[in-house]
Ligand binder design. Structure first.
Ligand code: 5GP
Ligand code: MG
Ligand code: MG
Length: 178
């Protein structure tokens, strides 16, 4: 069934405010430490590029990326994750902050946490713009959380449906057109 975007769930202004607030919390937490921010491609890139600019100039921070693909249907992840692109850098002894667009079942994040923990970072944290707790299948820690949203499929600000709508500046829910 074709999908179309429906009303705005989270506006540009709400996102902007939240990003500043999350940036301030991250500055506070990691000041004076060596931080590696790990963005999860592709969805988190849009959020991360705004978040990065909310970090203070003095912060000792570098950026790396991972790309993962979760086996499953278009809208349900299976928990079996394939690494399409691993980190370029060694994170041993460094403070690592995973930046995700959304935590849904939690299966992707649980896998990433377990994988990165094996590399012995000094600490391992999670920042997620969106959290859909109703869909959670495995408990995962979220240290910096943007918005808690209801169980609906969302697009925009990096989030896609079959590759579409990542470029929307705000977050929308999608509906099936019949
Ligand atoms: P999880 O493993 O937590 O079920 O799923 C995580 C991934 O599924 C997210 O990083 C995202 O790529 C995708 N996902 C989950 N919910 C949504 C949603 O509402 N909209 C979009 N566009 N992607 C979602
Ligand atoms: Mg993601
Ligand atoms: Mg996607």
């Amino acid at each position: 069934m074709p999908l179309e975007i429906s009303s705005v769930l989270i506006s540009q202004e709400q996102i902007r405010e939240k990003v500043l607030q999350l940036g301030a919390e991250i500055n506070e937490r990691y000041r004076g430490q060596e931080l590696v921010v790990v963005g999860i491609l592709k969805g988190a890139v849009f959020f991360l590029s705004d978040l990065a600019r909310a970090l203070e100039p003095e912060l000792d921070v570098s950026f790396d990326f991972m790309s993962v693909s979760s086996y499953g249907s278009a809208t349900e992840s299976s928990g079996v994750v394939r690494i399409l692109k691993d980190l370029d850098s060694d994170v041993r002894g460094k403070h690592v902050l995973i930046v995700e667009d959304i935590v849904d079942s939690g299966l992707t994040l649980a896998y990433l946490l377990q994988l990165l923990r094996q590399r012995k970072p000094a600490s391992l944290g999670v920042c997620a713009l969106l959290d859909k707790p109703e869909r959670r299948r495995v408990e995962v820690p979220i240290d910096f959380r943007g918005f808690v949203i209801p169980d609906a499929y969302v697009v925009g600000y990096g989030l896609d449906a079959a590759g579409k709508w990542r470029h929307l500046p705000e977050i929308h829910t999608v509906v099936s057109r019949s």
